[in-house]
Every structure is written in C-alpha cells, then in structure tokens.
Write a protein that binds this ligand. Structure first.
Ligand SMILES: [Zn+2]
Length: 344
C-alpha cells in the first residue's frame, strides 16, 4: 500500500512536470486531468476506499499518508492551475492588446467648395447691409424665367439651344433672376435680397458648363438711382477682388434692367497692361446689373411710379475661377478631392 501511495505521488509529480513543461493544456483540460486524481472517481479517493481492506493496525498510519498525499496533490494541482490561468490571461491580453502608439487612421475632413466660399463671401458682404437670402425653385415656369422679366417670346434667350425645357410651360431656370419676381410678388418694398442658386443652360466649353451658379441681388425702394447701383456693384467687386483694384462701368443690355451696365475690374495678372487673362484689354468683366425695368417692377406687383429698383447678377463660378486661378470650369464640378483639398 505504501508503495502504491509513493508511486501515485511520483505519477502526479511527473504528470504535472510534463504539463508545466508543455504548457499546452487549457484550464478546462487541466481540470479534467485533475479529476483523474482528486475527485470522487479519482485515484486518491480509490486509495482511501482500499483502506478498508488493510489490516486494522496499519489503517491509521496509511490513512494519514493518503490524506497527506491528497493535501499535497491538491496544492500541486492548484499551483499549476494558477500558472495555466495566468498564461491564458496573458495570452488573451496579448491578443486584445491595443497599441496606443500606433498612428490612427485620420478621418478625411472635407473642405468647402470654392463656389460655396464665393457664395458665403457675397452673403457676408451684404448681410451687414440688411440683405437676406431667398432661394427660388430650380424648375421654373416660363412666366417667371422669361415673360415677367421682360423677355419677349422672340428673344434669343428663349432659343432651344440655350434653355432646357421640360415641357411647354416648365424649364430649368436659366438665371436666378426669376427670384426677383418671386420676392416682389411676396413682399412689400423696401426689399433687399440675395438670390443664390444653380442655373442651367445648354452651354459647354472651358468657361461654360451646362450647370453653373449665380447670385442675384435686388433692392427695391423709393428714390434709388444709378449712383446707388454703382455703389453696390463697386463695393461688391472691391470686396471680392481687393481694394486696390480699379473698376469701370460699361453700358450693356439686359431685357430686365434699364439702363443696364457691366462692371469690370482691372486685371490683377497684368495690372492693366493687357494679357491673355484679360484678352489684352487690361479689364475683366465681373458683374452685370442695372436699374430694374419698370415693366419688371410692375410684373412683380410693385408700382414703378413710386419705387425704383436696382439689380445685379454674379456668376459665382466665374468669380471663383478668377479669384482662385482655376483655368477650366469643369474642375469645379469633377469632385476631384485633390482640387478641393486646396480650399481647406
Ligand atoms: Zn491682364
């Protein structure tokens, strides 16, 4: 019996040494291994049962020895189990480890589109002067886009090659000017409003796109004159292009204003000497405007005997191209992130 006890101790010792050397068992497998020795069906328990068979006088001593073996075995298994659990935990930590020194993925932050910059800038300029913003529909009716703006039925602007018609009455607005009529229909003077938005024409080359952006301005009040018009256009041009630019007014024709003017700024590229950008003139056309035609006021429900109006229009894409030196209008609409990055 003593021999068996000793052999069992040796066996346990060897088994545990092997386990410690390999460190391959999971804690669950180790628990099962432990059950072979320390459990109701384990080898140590079996020994205790054998005690009944040994002579009475040896029983007490052997019982002590088996119990000592049991205590010793429990301690040994507990020691190795602790080691296995520690190793498992370390392994888990390793697999779940987060290296906070690794540089994270930087989220891409967008930038405002150059046309949005221009739009915000113009709104900023006029906000302080009491203007607010009105946005009309992109799908307009023929009346607001043409007729009410004093564009007669035979005007070239109505030609199919310029306008995207949806049906006989509806079209994609070719200008933001219908906003003038819509504002006047709904508000009483004095009116000071900006109408930004997308407009559409069937044009397509380096400086024209079928979709582009305009900003319309309208002021209706008593006693407005061409001096006020010039003041507004001049302020806008100098704010956009810099105080040191020269400006000049030229007569022009728009059906919805009378008189109509065009405002030029001196060319920044050549300082007025003439270059490719200004086509040798030294001047660059930037704004159009005029005194609102009495017929247009009337169509908007405003009495032209009492009120006068001034209006202006800006091609925001053109302004962005001039201001940021963008050579082709297509670059504005290609959504190339590398181009937009430059406007952060
Ligand atoms: Zn020039």
């Amino acid at each position: 019996m003593k021999e068996i006890i000793k052999n069992l101790q040796t066996e346990i010792s060897e088994v545990l040494s092997q386990v410690e050397a390999d460190m391959k068992l999971s804690s669950k497998e180790f628990f099962e291994l432990q059950g072979n020795y320390i459990s109701k069906t384990g080898k140590i328990t079996a020994l205790l049962r054998e005690l009944g068979k040994v002579p009475k006088e040896e029983r007490a001593e052997l019982g002590k020895e088996i119990n000592a073996l049991k205590v010793w075995a429990e301690n040994q298994f507990a020691r190795v189990e602790k080691k296995i659990k520690e190793a498992e935990l370390a392994k888990r930590y390793e697999s779940e480890k987060i290296d906070i020194t690794i540089k994270g993925k930087e989220p891409k932050i967008g930038a405002l589109h150059p046309v949005t910059h221009i739009k915000n800038e113009i709104i900023g300029i006029f906000e302080g002067l009491g203007f607010d913003v009105f946005e009309g529909p992109e799908i307009e009716d023929d009346y607001h886009n043409f007729t009410a703006l004093n564009v007669p039925a035979d005007h070239p602007a109505r030609d199919m090659q310029d306008t995207f018609f949806i049906n006989e009455k509806l079209l994609l607005r070719t200008q933001t000017s219908p906003g003038q009529i819509r504002v006047m229909e709904n508000r009483k003077p004095p009116i000071k409003v900006l109408v930004p938005g997308r407009v559409f024409r069937s044009d397509d080359d380096a400086t024209h796109s079928a979709m582009f952006h305009q900003m319309e301005g309208l002021v209706v009040d008593k006693g407005l004159t061409v001096c006020d018009l010039y003041g507004v256009l001049n302020k806008l041009a100098l704010e956009l292009f810099g105080e040191n630019r020269k400006t000049r007014l030229r007569p022009n024709f728009f059906p919805f204003t009378e008189p109509s003017v065009e405002l030029d700024v001196s060319c920044a590229m050549c300082g007025g000497d003439g270059c490719k950008l200004c086509k040798g003139t030294g001047w660059i056309e930037v704004l159009g405007g005029g005194m609102v035609h009495p017929k247009v006021l009337k169509n908007g429900g405003v009495d032209p005997e009492v009120y006068t109006g001034l209006a202006f229009g800006v091609g925001m894409d053109r302004i962005a191209m001039l201001k940021y030196g963008i050579p082709n209008i297509k670059l504005l609409f290609e959504n190339d992130a590398r181009m937009l990055e430059q406007f952060k």
